[in-house]
Design a protein around this ligand. Structure first.
Ligand SMILES: Cc1ncc(COP(=O)(O)O)c(C=O)c1O
Length: 491
């Protein structure tokens, strides 16, 4: 096995070593437990400096591909770690997947085919008739055809206040700012609270829109790993010792992308920690109205006695994304600041669309709509898990109790980028795991959204995905077999 290094390439030599050894490990040519050459030996055979090889080994170690044991040598690790181990220096500006073109992956859908790529509600659920009536009614009021107050349509703020109360959040209408969806709320809040170079904490993995907003604003991001109850407190605490983050951005209820729901004790621990450390939490509750069966736990904001939580949400997932309507509520002074940022950005959200939604809420239609879509998504999520168990038995996945997405972990050594491309070629769109992380990851994941796909098409699409992954597994195993049979010297 030899490395094919290209000295004329723009890619640094140490990076070429990382990529090629990483590929050999992923494909199984270098099997788990095999010993890598010493730094000196590899430097000699490649003609590179020892420092170059050392840097490459360090990075492969950080990515979880290899492990060094003092006195024994360097070996291919049993399993790549789920996320890069965070070091002090890891409060980096997140990689912008947009500028790398990778975020386009998330948005590219098979033109004819099945898409699990986007966290979309089911378009067939949109109450078009009712909406048309409300829009017609709104256009009859000439005031709504002019500019509106920056905070939003008073009638909608009232309606939103009532919706929030059902989530256990007490926010009077004047404490609510209407935004163009949750994305607008995230962008405005980040811009108001943090400045270029500031550190913020996010979940890892998290919503890519938040990462992109942070990247654009030059913020440095620390990603905190999640377990099935939420962000891990030990990691959070140790990072709080090292950094003074402006805020921690969380999606505690039916998290995007993992679909997990923070446990009640974890929510309480987070609130207690925010209190003792003076930490601001931005809580994104965009999926909170979409539990399947068991009621969703109250948001952090419901227990926020110390005004540490800024809460945002939107009607994009629970109702209609095209209205582009969301909200944020925060302590008065902070909200006034966010409102100023909004004024300087886009003046106000569309009065016409706000009023149409306000009328819909005032007439009490949302409850029935939510009951219908929750049943739909519950059925589809179950259909997807059932199909995964049959077609992707080598993978693991989360089991959401609400929301629109689940998180699939690919078997060790299977490259998510290749699976993504091949699935798309076969007419099945998925979201690559990479876009949900602030920095490149070694392990392969896919986010699968089931909300807008019928059970029959879920069955078909997961079947296709299963065949794509199975073909890769066969190739991986054949390569590993060959490596064993030929007892290849490592380098
Ligand atoms: C967690 C999260 N926050 C915010 C958004 C953006 O939502 P909106 O369409 O309301 O701007 C999304 C959309 O996928 C999301 O998943």
């Amino acid at each position: 096995v030899e490395l094919a290094l290209n000295r004329a390439s723009d890619v640094p030599l140490y990076r070429q070593v990382v990529e090629q050894l990483g590929e050999l490990i992923r494909s199984g040519v270098l099997a788990t437990g095999s010993r890598l050459p010493t730094i000196r030996a590899l430097a000699d055979t490649t003609g590179l400096t020892r420092l170059t090889i050392q840097n490459a080994y360090l990075e492969l170690g950080a990515l979880g591909y290899i492990e060094s044991h003092v006195g024994r040598g360097t070996f291919v690790a049993a399993r790549t770690v789920p996320a890069i181990t965070i070091r002090d220096s890891d409060a980096l500006p997140p990689v912008s997947w947009t500028t790398q073109g990778i975020l386009a992956d998330l948005l590219s859908e098979p033109t004819e085919g099945i898409s699990f790529a986007r966290a979309m509600p089911d378009p067939a659920s949109y109450p078009l008739r009712a909406l048309q009536g409300m829009l017609r009614e709104a256009t009859e009021d000439p005031v709504l055809l002019g500019y509106g107050p920056v905070g939003g349509d008073p009638l909608l703020r009232e309606g939103v206040s009532r919706v929030l109360l059902e989530r256990g959040v007490v926010a009077p209408p004047e404490a609510i700012l209407i935004t163009n969806g949750a994305m607008n709320a995230i962008d405005l809040t980040f811009r108001t609270l943090a400045q270029r170079g500031d550190v913020i904490f996010v979940e890892q993995p998290t919503y890519p829109g938040a990462l992109e907003a942070a990247a654009r604003q030059g913020l440095r991001v620390v990603g905190l790993p999640l377990d099935d109850e939420g962000v891990r407190m030990a990691d959070l605490e140790s990072h709080l010792v090292r950094h003074q983050p402006r805020f921690l951005y969380l999606v505690p209820t039916y998290q995007n992308p993992m679909g997990i729901c923070y446990s009640t004790p974890r929510r309480a621990q987070l609130l207690a920690l925010a209190r003792t450390h003076g930490l601001t939490i931005i809580e994104d509750d965009i999926y909170g109205l979409l539990p399947f069966e068991r009621a969703a736990p109250p948001p952090l904001k419901a227990g926020d006695t110390d005004a540490r939580v800024i809460y945002l949400s939107s009607f994009s997932k629970s109702f209609i994304p095209g209205l582009r309507l969301g909200m944020v509520t925060a302590p008065v002074a902070v909200l006034a600041d966010i409102a100023r940022t909004k004024q300087h950005s886009d003046l106000n959200s569309s009065p016409l669309l706000q009023r149409a939604l306000a009328l819909y809420l005032r007439r009490g239609h949302l409850g029935a709509h939510l009951a219908a879509v929750r049943a739909l998504y519950r059925e589809r999520c179950a259909a997807m898990q059932d199909a995964l168990a049959r077609y992707l038995p080598h993978c693991t996945w989360t089991e959401p109790e609400g929301g629109l997405t689940l998180w699939l972990t690919l078997p060790h050594g299977i490259d998510e980028a290749v699976v993504y491309r091949e699935a798309l070629h076969e007419g099945v769109g998925v979201a690559r795991g990479q876009v949900f992380y602030p920095q490149p990851q070694a392990e392969g994941h896919l986010r699968l959204s089931y909300g807008a796909v019928s059970p029959a098409l879920i069955e078909k699409g997961i079947g296709i995905l299963g065949r794509v992954v199975a073909a890769h597994l066969r190739r991986r195993d054949a390569l590993a077999d060959r490596a064993r049979r030929e007892a290849l010297p490592l380098m």
